[in-house]
Design a protein around this ligand. Structure first.
Ligand code: C2E
Ligand code: MG
Ligand code: MG
Ligand code: MG
Length: 281
């Protein structure tokens, strides 16, 4: 049997596959070293009240500056880290980093807003995850009320009971929970009411053509109505133009995130952003 599998593998072999497999292997081992070598950092993208422009929160986005390959997108390396389990160590590092920077920024005047951190399903369902956060809160290295976790719909459906339990415990720590990329996953609406959620994030794919595509606009309107009905905040992702902002605001979505307001920023630039917003208000 092994032989047959081996032959099948061999039959499907192409030089391109070897190359890709090797590239992936080298990325995996680079990733393992990248934490020690401090090649990661976190960028913070403002979330705003789209009426006033006021800063209401930020999303923490992981950045990897590879010494040879340059910046590698999380869209590329996060899925690999999720598959091979490195996401657990990486996720801890992100949480620690964000909490530390949140506290420093609060001391520098950026208080009263939440810092949203993306959490993969594997992380959320890992037994050590909750203990890790609890530990940080107990030792004062993290403030629950300043934290928000973004999860995707797939997590809600793969392990509904475990996910619900973890989320209840997270909420007890004062941490908020939002559903990322809402509308792109399984979207089993019945599940929504079983989870202690605070916020839905309208996926950028519905915002992109919202000005010209009535279907996308109808979906966004439906998510906004759903949020209102279930008492959840709704925030639009990927807002790039004034026209998109105007439609969203008109349709009752007052929170937004996107390049129209700001790109993801380094901590110092975030402080400056807040200063400018306040000055221009
Ligand atoms: P996401 O959580 O949906 O994050 C939003 C993505 O949209 C970010 O991409 C952000 O830079 C980008 N974006 C924001 N505004 C705009 C806009 O106006 N136009 C366009 N075209 N894009 C915009 P990024 O930073 O490349 O992250 C990609 C994904 O990687 C994230 O999607 C998230 O799923 C994942 N990710 C990032 N950091 C982490 C992390 O620390 N942990 C985990 N588990 N996943 C992460
Ligand atoms: Mg996110
Ligand atoms: Mg998203
Ligand atoms: Mg995403």
């Amino acid at each position: 049997r092994a032989k047959r599998n081996g032959r099948n593998t061999f039959m499907h072999y192409t030089p391109d596959m070897t190359e890709r497999a090797l590239a992936r292997l080298s990325l995996e081992s680079d990733m393992r070293r990248a934490l020690e070598r401090e090649e990661f950092h976190v960028a913070y993208q403002p979330q705003v009240d789209m009426h006033s422009g006021a800063l209401i929160g930020v999303e923490a986005l992981l950045r990897w500056d590879h010494p040879e390959k340059g910046a590698i997108s999380p869209k590329h390396f996060i899925p690999i880290a999720e598959e091979n389990g490195q996401i657990l160590a990486l996720g801890k590092w992100v949480l620690q980093k964000v909490c530390a920077e949140q506290i420093r920024l609060a001391d520098a005047g950026l208080a009263g807003i939440r810092f949203a951190v993306n959490v993969s399903g594997r992380q959320l369902l890992h037994e050590g995850f909750l203990e890790f956060i609890e530990g940080m809160i107990k030792t004062g290295t993290c403030r629950g009320e300043a934290l928000e976790l973004e999860i995707t719909e797939s997590v809600l459906l793969s392990e509904p009971e475990l996910a619900a339990e973890a989320m209840q415990a997270i909420r007890k720590l004062g941490i908020a929970i939002s559903v990322d990329d809402f509308g792109t996953g399984y979207s089993s609406l019945a599940y929504l009411k079983q989870y202690p959620l605070n916020r839905l994030k309208i996926d950028a794919s519905f915002v992109r053509d919202i000005v010209i595509d009535p279907d996308d606009r109808a979906i966004a309107q439906t998510i906004i109505a759903l949020g209102n009905a279930l008492n959840l905040e709704v925030i639009a992702e990927g807002v790039e133009t004034e026209e998109q902002r105007a439609i969203l605001v008109n349709d009752g979505c007052s929170l937004g995130q996107g390049f129209l307001f700001s790109r993801p920023l380094a901590p110092a630039a975030l402080l400056e952003y807040r200063r400018d917003v306040v000055k221009n208000a």
